[in-house]
Design a protein around this ligand. Structure first.
Ligand code: GLN
Length: 193
């Protein structure tokens, strides 16, 4: 198992730090070569159109999709990263379509409307920070909802994919990152190489 954090743009450092707290030394992934060496990749928050552009520019967009489809890459997207993982909604940017969920960008208002709310996450309270967050407007039948803000799913999981519209890497609670590392490893290991 080798964890990595996509480090082209956005808030990748807090993810590296959170994974280090769990004893995992994550690679900062900035090239297709580095992408080929990781089994678990975090797509951080940032700006989803910029991330889409850079992933294409660095030849990583198709590689990422192919490695995931081949069962070689588990993915965890936060905020902009979650937007990219979802299905297309007709708005820019194009999506990776690796998670059966539709996300609408900037659905809770502008940057100044960012907020932290204590939510029930995996059975325990967690302080969840939303920064110009997307809203998960629909999920497919194979997607499990692990946390909600009101009626809206904010943490969802499917085979080999975890996505949060908030930023667990900015809090002090490592349980979401733990779930990413543990569950996805089990799911991947059931697949033949
Ligand atoms: N608003 C950003 C976008 O649409 C996401 C914000 C974030 O990642 N914190 O790409």
């Amino acid at each position: 198992m080798q964890a990595g954090v996509l480090a082209l743009q956005g808030g990748f450092e807090p993810h590296v730090a959170m994974l280090a707290r769990l004893g995992v030394r994550a690679r900062e992934v900035r090239s297709v070569e580095a992408l080929r060496e990781v089994t678990h990749l975090v797509l951080p928050g940032g700006e989803s159109t910029t991330l889409h552009h850079l992933l294409g520019l660095f030849g990583m967009w198709d590689e990422l999709r192919e490695r995931h489809h081949a069962g070689k890459l588990a993915l965890f997207g936060t905020c902009a990263g979650a937007i990219l993982l979802g299905r297309g909604d007709g708005e820019r940017p194009p999506r990776l379509e690796l998670l059966d969920a539709v996300l609408a960008r900037n659905a809770y208002g502008r940057q100044v409307d960012s907020f932290t709310r204590e939510l029930d996450v995996l059975g325990q309270p967690m302080a969840c920070t939303f920064i110009r967050a997307p809203r998960i407007v629909s999920v497919g039948p194979d997607v499990r909802v692990l946390a909600r803000l009101g009626d809206d799913p904010v943490l969802v999981e499917a085979k080999g994919v975890l996505a949060a519209t908030f930023h667990p890497e900015l809090g002090h609670d490592p349980r979401v990152h733990e779930r990413f590392l543990a569950l996805e490893t089990a799911q991947l290991s059931t697949q033949t190489p």
